[in-house]
Design a protein. Structure first.
Length: 212
């Protein structure tokens, strides 16, 4: 009898992130989001303002936009905190470099998003949610396995972010927010490719060898 395939911790993280973001969007939008999932161009999330039936108001805000600003802001804040932690705690130079990149690029994206959200009259959280705070606390306590845990979290978080940005592009209402999501999504994918590239690398390969 053939044994069932097993997933690596990194694959498990990606699968969990995908399920989490799908559940979050389903709860936020109810049945209306199903139209976007099936690719129906006339489908809009619930409560989307319309200029006329089936034609949304380009500058208006819908539930997809509100959720996007909230989740993307908190996600970016979390990435910057974890990136600073990686710069302090990681031993492998490539992990420290990745953390530095996360601080810089998520910081720049966060500034753009806050400006767009402010113009749209939407509050952009300047903190994190309870899960993200707990993750940061857990990583701060780790020692020898910090790099592996940090990269595993980065893989899951960027997979989740990619789904979130794709949903905003498909289901959002406000053109400025949708344009921001389209502009930023390639960077999210680039981060995801980078963490997939460096995750299999052994962190201790970069550690200085001990003298006999």
């Amino acid at each position: 009898m053939r044994s069932s395939p097993t997933c690596s911790p990194f694959e498990d993280a990606v699968m969990n992130a995908t399920v989490n973001i799908a559940c979050l969007l389903a709860i936020a939008f109810g049945g209306g989001i199903a139209h976007a999932q099936t690719g129906n161009p006339a489908g809009q999330p619930a409560l989307t303002p319309e200029r006329r039936p089936g034609v949304p108001v380009a500058s208006a805000i819908n539930d997809a936009d509100r959720l996007f600003v909230q989740q993307a802001s908190m996600g970016g804040n979390a990435e910057m905190e974890l990136g600073r932690l990686a710069q302090r705690r990681a031993v492998a130079p490539f992990v420290r470099a990745f953390g530095e990149r996360m601080v810089a690029e998520h910081g720049d994206a966060g500034k753009k998003l806050r400006a767009i959200a402010r113009d749209a009259g939407l509050p952009a959280p300047d903190g994190q949610d309870a899960e993200q705070t707990a993750v940061a606390a857990d990583l701060a306590r780790r020692t020898s396995d910090f790099e592996e845990a940090y990269l595993q979290r980065q893989l899951a978080d960027h997979q989740r972010a990619a789904h979130l940005y794709e949903w905003e592009i498909d289901a959002g209402q406000n053109e400025a927010l949708k344009a921001f999501a389209r502009e930023t999504l390639p960077t999210i994918f680039d981060h995801l490719l980078e963490v997939r590239r460096i995750a299999p690398m052994r962190p201790d390969a970069a550690r200085p060898s001990k003298m006999p």
